[in-house]
Design a protein around this ligand. Structure first.
Ligand code: MG
Length: 337
């Protein structure tokens, strides 16, 4: 048996890999709050009354490293800061590790690092440290970047287990743009009218924290595995049944087209600049209003959390039927982020 691409796909096989090969080996897996076994977007260390240091790590191997709407630098900076943000923490710092292939164009590397800097500078986030390694030509495909995001959360951590029956699910905007762009590029298609949505989503989290307080229950960025994976994780961790109204999910026609053309579930395509929120049912309108004001004009209510069989996601299809929306499995799109 050897390592498969699916083990790094962020779906079912990745979860199984972590549960089988990582979790059992480590004796210490948390520091008094959210830790490794919670399988959340980041870990939290209590640093005071209802205050936490939130830390998240991710590796970026996206192929190609430059794509419409961004590059691996923008992705690596935004991605880890977004994982910190969806825990409810304001991103404060980043560490980066760059492994690059000998012969990689220096001007391209400069562009990538400038993209990272642009994101950090615009958010007031500090680069606190990093490491650069070069591997001989041919022993790595171009470039791999790892980033560690660090943030501070005041108030509750927005973990998925806080969702309760009756709560509503909101998405900040159209899903699947990033996944569709990378998928299309990898299949050699021309991508002219669609861009990756990669961007920091802390402004959305901040707006909702301020508008709703404790009534903002949970948050998650639907990256690898897309909304399908995010909703399944929500159903699992909150031990509820999640209902999705597919006709309400904002999705650009090009995303649907690429997905249909290439035979993949569009709801499993990654977004890199959207967040899914769970909010108290009586605060939905306020939440949508706050998101629109923060620049997330296409924010929409897309479903709800219900009492029922724990861990199931039921989707109402646009024609009115019901289907089980399962966790994506297999290697849908290798090296999407
Ligand atoms: Mg995430």
């Amino acid at each position: 048996m050897s390592v498969t691409l699916a083990m790094g796909g962020g779906g079912k096989e990745t979860e199984e890999f972590v549960q089988r090969f990582i979790l059992p080996l480590f004796k210490y897996k948390s520091l008094g709050s959210v830790g490794l076994e919670d399988m959340e977007d980041g870990a939290a260390i209590p640093i005071g009354d209802n205050k936490y240091l939130v830390i998240s790590i991710d590796d970026y191997t996206v192929n190609p490293p430059f794509f419409p709407g961004g590059d691996i630098g923008k992705l690596a900076a935004s991605g880890s800061l977004n994982d910190v943000a969806v825990m409810g923490a304001e991103p404060k710092a980043l560490f980066d590790g760059i492994v690059v292939e000998e012969g990689f164009k220096l001007s391209d590397l400069k562009k990538i690092i400038s993209s990272m800097a642009e994101i950090l500078n615009s958010m007031g986030v500090a680069l606190l440290g990093g490491d650069t390694k070069v591997m001989p030509k041919g022993s790595i495909d171009k470039i791999v970047i790892s980033t560690v995001g660090v943030g501070i959360a005041e108030g509750p951590l927005l973990t998925l287990d806080r969702a309760r029956p009756g709560d509503k699910i909101i998405i900040t905007g159209p899903v699947g743009d990033h996944g569709a762009v990378i998928l299309a590029l990898q299949f050699g298609l021309q991508v002219k009218t669609l861009q990756s949505d990669v961007r920091p989503i802390w402004p959305a989290v901040k707006a909702l924290k301020e508008a709703l307080g404790e009534d903002l229950r949970a948050a998650k960025d639907p990256t690898r595995g897309g909304l399908a994976m995010a909703l399944n994780e929500l159903a699992e961790r909150s031990k509820t049944t999640v209902y999705l109204d597919e006709s309400k999910v904002p999705m650009r026609p090009q995303v649907k087209e690429y997905a249909d053309m290439l035979g993949v579930e569009p709801l499993a395509l990654a977004s890199e600049g959207q967040a899914m929120f769970v909010v108290s049912p009586d605060r939905v309108e306020e939440a949508l209003e706050a998101l629109r004001k923060a620049g997330f004009e296409e924010a929409a209510e897309i479903g709800e959390v219900r009492k029922g069989k724990p861990g199931y996601v039921i989707a109402r299809t646009p024609v009115g039927g019901l289907r089980l929306l399962e966790k994506p499995s297999g290697e849908l799109v290798p090296r999407i982020c």
